[in-house]
Design a protein around this ligand. Structure first.
Ligand code: GMT
Length: 406
């Protein structure tokens, strides 16, 4: 990516980013944010347990610091949170970071809080300073994990101690306030996508699509192609994806790309065999560069139990692929039912399949919905619009931190 400099008004900052580096929406957002910030001239330090999966580690302005957890036989559960806090403080001091930005509250906010305290109270008085940290809430850290009684008080504490808190949707902001009784400001900064990378390139699609769905021939119409992308956790309702697809394939020649992996994969394979559709499904496992795969599809299926936002749908929409999704969480902030996608009740696989069949048989409506999906992505959720919001928020938090100097 060509390196741009930030606008004159936005100072270049040194930012430490922590996230779960393996597959998962929060890690994707954190990594893409780091890449975008680096491209805008900021110095970005990833402080994570392994290299985030969308990074090569050789990008300009990006540094990677692995958190090494010491495994002593006494430690039944090696204290990752403490190793992380130590590394955060070390990196912050050595590179003079302006800010830590952690993604997913548990345990990252607590580690950042410890790092802030370590720097604020260190022995050499001259080196003491206030290192602010921002927590970005992504969803399951609040809606599932954070509300478990063993994690609720510490999640609440981590959020309250953060110098800034952002949520990836209005829904998640409201949920956080309600579930944790938090009155403080929570800035909504939606998920984003790089609209130059996530795009429908007709020539590339024509070249690649026949590998996944047969083109029209004399004796048969072209196969339609559906896609689902997730970490195959129960909340994604992957079995609903299979059920919807089985109904679709009974009515329309079609294939399904299942991108991702996780706990429900074997249950999905089992159901696909039982319903006789396994040989119509590409189980693709975890994939890098999903921007090359998503535009090949006609439709995305995202029947989740809950999505605080639904980044996978946004990525598909930017490629001109509308989603059939559930009316849950923050999804309606992205999908305008009947305009740029379709929304259904959780578990209503019959209605989802009926709508998918109707849409796949109406190429004009499908194309209009795909165009509207792309327009939504580019008008409201492109990185070029969202990253400046993070930059502005960083400045506000840094200014507040300077006022709190020890
Ligand atoms: O969806 C997951 O299981 C992964 C999870 C995560 O934190 O890694 O995703 C959440 O964050 C994404 C990025 O901000 C959102 O787009 C997803 O909607 C959200 N998932 C849920 O709320 C279930």
């Amino acid at each position: 990516m060509a390196m741009e400099s930030t606008s004159d008004k936005t100072p270049r900052r040194k930012i430490g980013i922590t996230c779960y580096p393996t597959y998962g929406g929060s890690g994707v957002v954190a990594t893409e944010l780091g890449i975008e910030l680096a491209a805008r001239g900021h110095e970005v330090h990833f402080i994570t347990s392994s290299l985030p999966f969308r990074l090569s580690g050789r990008e300009t302005n990006i540094h990677y610091h692995e958190v090494d957890v010491y495994h002593y036989p006494l430690f039944e559960h090696p204290p990752y949170d403490l190793a992380l806090a130590t590394r955060m403080a070390e990196v912050a001091e050595f590179y003079e970071l302006d800010l830590l930005h952690v993604h997913y509250a548990i345990p990252h906010s607590i580690s950042a809080l410890l790092a802030r305290q370590m720097i604020e109270t260190q022995q050499k008085v001259a080196r003491r300073r206030y290192l602010p940290f921002i927590t970005t809430l992504h969803g399951t850290d609040i809606t599932l994990v954070g509300q478990d009684h063993s994690y609720l008080p510490i999640t609440q504490f981590g959020i309250a101690q953060s110098d800034g808190v952002t949520a990836i949707s209005g829904y998640l902001r409201d949920q956080t306030r309600e579930a944790f009784g938090i009155q403080d400001e929570i800035e909504v900064i939606h998920n984003f996508v790089n609209c130059d990378f996530y795009v429908h390139d007709k020539a590339k699609v024509m070249a690649m699509r026949p590998r996944f769905a047969a083109p029209a021939a004399d004796d048969r119409p072209a196969e339609k192609l559906l896609v689902h992308l997730s970490n195959f956790r129960p909340v994604k309702r992957i079995l609903d994806v299979i059920e919807v697809f089985a109904r679709v394939v009974a009515a329309v020649p079609a294939r399904l790309m299942l991108i991702g992996d996780g706990p429900d994969r074997s249950a999905a394979e089992h159901l696909a065999l039982k319903l006789g559709v396994a040989n119509h499904i590409h189980f693709m496992g975890k994939q890098d560069n999903v921007n090359e795969l998503l535009p090949l599809a006609d439709l995305m299926l995202m029947p989740s139990e809950l999505e605080s936002f639904g980044l996978a749908a946004l990525e598909a929409m930017a490629c001109g692929v509308p989603a059939i999704a559930t009316r849950v969480g923050g999804v309606p902030e992205l999908i305008d039912d009947g305009v740029n996608g379709l929304l259904f009740s959780v578990g209503d696989t019959e209605a989802m399949a009926g709508a998918a069949i109707a849409l796949l048989n109406d190429s004009e409506r499908l194309a209009a919905m795909g165009a509207a999906a792309r327009k939504t992505a580019s008008d409201r959720f492109c990185s070029s619009r969202i990253i400046p919001r993070y930059e502005a928020y960083y400045e506000r938090v840094i200014a507040r931190g300077q006022a709190a100097k020890p």
